[in-house]
Design a protein around this ligand. Sequence first.
Ligand SMILES: [Zn+2]
Length: 261
Amino acid sequence: MVKELGMLQKTKVELADAHSHLDLMDGMHLINEAIEYGVSTIITDGVDTKSNLKALEISDYERIFPALGVDPHNAISISEGELEFNFRLIKENAERIVAIGEIGLDYMIAEDARKRAKQKRVFNQFLDLAEQLDLPVSVHARKAIDDVLSVLDGRRGLKVQLHYFDGDVKEAKIATGRGYMISIPPVESGKRKRVIKETDIGMLLTEADSPVVGASPKDVERAVRMIGGIKGIDYERAAQVLTANAKKFFNINKEKGFMRY
Ligand SMILES: [Zn+2]
């Protein structure tokens, strides 16, 4: 009896963090704590050459999986040589990575036309690569959701995660209508709550975006609770559905081992 009780207590709710920057976290302590807590699937996104290399290094392909990309911030100033290096890195590791990301547009950072044009060109080059390699993309869109949706529009076959989705219900409907996943951070707002209410739970992902937004991947718990509360389902059920969504989106099948093909 005592033994059974012990086993029951050990049952953890499985959680997924669909976008994070583990390379920026201060040591492995908080990551291990999150895994211990039940975060079974963590995607760590690279933003430049250094963090892409680090993402490959810290991934264990069991719980931590890498996505490689150049984010809109670094896209503005990256040299052609370094961009080529990152394209090659993605091609060489295409069988090991679960997505191309973080990529996208950020008009808060790119305030003039020249910077925006460079961001858009780099974004398009990574989208070409994603189509070529048949990889999902993790897309950043800040003050640029309309342009992100229009750039993606001609690319119907792509699997898209709209990371830290900050659009309204109308934009969410356009996105999910095309099959894109809406990624929910642990940050509440009236707009986000309306989006969650109006979006099928099958089209939602959860992310902590740690250490930028959450302190650790464990903070996805707050996104899961928010979604569960709005959908009127219990926490365990919400976690189960949202974790399954992440595994499906990133093609992670742990029973078979991590296999893309
Ligand atoms: Zn990010």
